[in-house]
Write a protein that binds this ligand. Sequence first.
Ligand SMILES: C[S@@+](CC[C@H](N)C(=O)[O-])C[C@H]1O[C@@H](n2cnc3c(N)ncnc32)[C@H](O)[C@@H]1O
Length: 346
Amino acid sequence: MEKKRRWKTKQRLEEEEEEEEKRVGSASAVAKALFQCANLILPWLQPSDIASISSTCKTLNLISRSITSLRSSDASRSFENFPIPFVNSVDHHPYAYFLYTPSQLIASPSLRQPWGPISNPRTRPDSLRPNLSDLVLSQFGCHCECCVEAECPCWNGESVELITECGPSCGCGLQCGNRLTRRGVSIRLKIVRVWRKDWGLFADEPIPIGQFVCEYAGEVLTTPEARRRQIMYDKLVLEGHFSSALLVVREHLPSGKACLRINIDATRIGNVARFINHSCDGGNLLTKVVRIAGALLPRLCFFASKNIEKDEELSFSYGDTRLKPNGLPCFCGSSCCSGTLPSENT
Ligand SMILES: C[S@@+](CC[C@H](N)C(=O)[O-])C[C@H]1O[C@@H](n2cnc3c(N)ncnc32)[C@H](O)[C@@H]1O
């Protein structure tokens, strides 16, 4: 009798164990499926949506935290040669959200780009890299086959403000000496939270004078569209916390008359240059207009105007004009600071 009772208990225990295993198995299958779904969907979301989702359950909280940490480890979404991290010891913002493009592109309202799948973005195959393809401005090459700057028909000698470089359909490759600005960001940079200026771009290694730093990449706009966006951004700035990164560049004839106007908006889609703050003393960066052989539009690039130390903030002068009443306060900290950021009616 006792033997039979013990056998029954053993059988019941085994059944319970089996059921528990099934429960754990299906729970881990659910967790795995949830992880896979979240990993596909969350990288497409904006920070506010990620924050809401992270409070729903433990698994989503863990995934959201990994995505946040991946995003803050590289603003460039692995488009550049080195990761460009966000560093914040001022407040709780882990990163700034925007779509990344390494070079200028034509404005498009419908662009989307994932940011932060848990699998390592640097080991992902190219087909999975976050892409903003088919938007790079069309280019016609010069068909030169040289690699030596001075021998290249595209090379105009380095003038102070205008450089002409070889383009994608020139016979020469990326190694060509006349493609200085076409290889992306080649120095270590970081985006640091700065008191009263939000984020700023900083050197994470010494930068010698004359070194190419980065292009000002973003959406190239028509002038009416630039004016429309400027009005919208000005309203948003007045309403609260908002930074716009709409830059207007004018090329001038020797007479001083503007002959070409380029509007680049890096507010929604841009690169690291969108974090460069203004300095009333001209800062440590020089802007140069770079023409790529055969390309429709010139690009705006930043070069070091002096030797820059590691951990120094990068800055340039946004201009001399202060036309808007109630301009934003300037906190550049230079001895010649005018107290107000440059502004003009675009
Ligand atoms: C191109 S963004 C520069 C990056 C910006 N700090 C950010 O966090 O996105 C231009 C905006 O940065 C801020 N900014 C730039 N230079 C500044 C300065 N010297 N003092 C105060 N704010 C500045 C202003 O809000 C300006 O509209």
